[in-house]
Design a protein around this ligand. Structure first.
Ligand code: GLN
Length: 385
């Protein structure tokens, strides 16, 4: 009997993706996997069509076309005053997902420890296992999902090589405050640790929240891998174009790993990325306003239906407490919601190492048309409690 590697046996199939398949099978409204059900901006779709028509159909440079790397560096400078050399500090990858795993593989050795805030985006667990790293979990606690600075400090030691940060955060919607970022940065400096910073929701912010890349904090520029993608900001999650910004030394390693993992991201879509990253500021302002409206519709609907939740400060997820429905098994509850209510969430346990901590929680994603969200809210009324 042929066996799988211990690595592959060390984690299970993605529950987020599984819920999408289940939603399809039942014709349920998919509020599980976080992807938009509305169109992408016309200008970038046109740019993609043009690139294919112009026969930009062969490999781009493995670490990204010069045009896209230039646009990534220019945007980081324009928004945050970051100085990024596109020749030596940018790696274009197949989505933020590949940027994260390639960076971890390039920087973390088996046995090294990586600090992960919990609840965490599902992928970070398998990322750590594939790299042979030992994850050290630090809890974020509701309702504001803050961490205890002493607990965080206690998670660092001489074996710590990295910390994974995701702000605005999936699944909690937390936006880490400047003080919290400084506390993290101080520990990274003290223990000589690299911060893998997933900033994919940087433009999806509410109620005046501001995005601060941790790389812009003192002493963090050379010890941060800043990860992002076209996916969420330009509503093209299926394009799989992301990137990592890091020091030239770290970038050299990330580029090597990336090259042997995937060679490169889709060449014509990289060209469209240049147009995307050059969008006017008004585009981002409108994106945030539209997401706020979606958030407010779903938060109100969830409260109305009997869930407990607080409005997220950023990103497009609500981690809702379903205790009022007497839920003790989040997976069974989520499956029942798909089959009987016609709305698919993600079971909360997917975001915790110890599944029991997420047993009364479910995550709803709201990158959806208002009509989709209203239809979901209507269906949620059918939940008895
Ligand atoms: N980030 C999205 C989520 O959490 C989707 C990620 C994915 O499935 N690749 O739902």
């Amino acid at each position: 009997m042929l066996d799988l590697s211990n690595k592959a046996k060390g984690f299970s199939e993605s529950v987020i993706r599984e819920m999408t398949r289940l939603a399809r099978a039942h014709g349920a409204i998919n509020l599980a996997q976080g992807f938009p059900d509305f169109g992408a901006p016309e200008a970038i779709k046109e740019a993609a069509r043009r690139a294919i028509a112009d026969d930009l159909n062969q490999y781009a440079i493995t670490w990204g076309s010069a045009g896209l790397r230039g646009a990534i560096a220019a945007k980081a400078e324009r928004l945050y005053g970051m100085e990024v050399d596109p020749e030596r500090q940018v790696t274009v990858t197949c989505g933020a997902t590949e940027a994260m795993i390639a960076s971890i593989l390039a920087i973390v050795d088996p046995g090294d420890e990586v600090v992960v805030f919990e609840p965490f985006y599902e992928n970070y667990g398998p990322d750590a296992i594939l790299a042979g790293a030992v994850p050290r979990f630090v809890p974020l606690r509701a309702p504001d999902w803050s961490f205890d600075p002493e607990e965080l400090a206690a998670a660092f030691n001489s074996k710590t090589r990295g910390i994974i940060l995701n702000t605005p955060n999936n699944p909690t919607g937390k936006v880490f405050t400047p003080e919290e970022l400084e506390a993290i940065a101080a520990l990274c400096r003290k223990w000589d640790v690299v911060c893998f910073s997933d900033e994919i929701y940087e433009h999806i912010l509410y109620d005046g929240a501001r995005h601060v890349p941790i790389a812009t904090l003192e002493g963090m520029e050379d010890r941060t891998v800043t990860i992002n993608a076209l996916s969420k900001t330009y509503s093209v999650t299926g394009w799989r174009v992301g990137w990592a910004i890091a020091s030239p030394e770290l970038t050299a390693g990330i580029r090597k790993v990336h090259d042997f993992l995937t060679v490169g991201a889709a060449a014509p879509l990289q060209e469209a990325g240049v147009v995307a990253l050059g969008m006017e500021e008004a585009y981002y302002a409108k994106l945030a306003v539209e997401y706020r409206e979606r958030r407010d519709v779903l938060v109100a609907g969830l409260l109305d239906a009997g869930f407990h939740c607080t409005p997220p400060g950023g990103a497009y997820y609500i981690l809702a407490d379903a205790s009022a429905f007497g839920v003790s098994d989040d997976v069974a509850f989520a499956r029942k919601m798909v089959a009987e209510v016609g709305v698919a969430p993600v079971p909360g346990s997917s975001f915790f190492r110890e599944p029991s901590r997420g047993r009364s929680l479910v995550r709803f994603a709201f990158p959806k048309k208002l009509e989709t969200l209203r239809a979901a809210v209507e269906r949620l009324r059918g939940l008895a409690h």
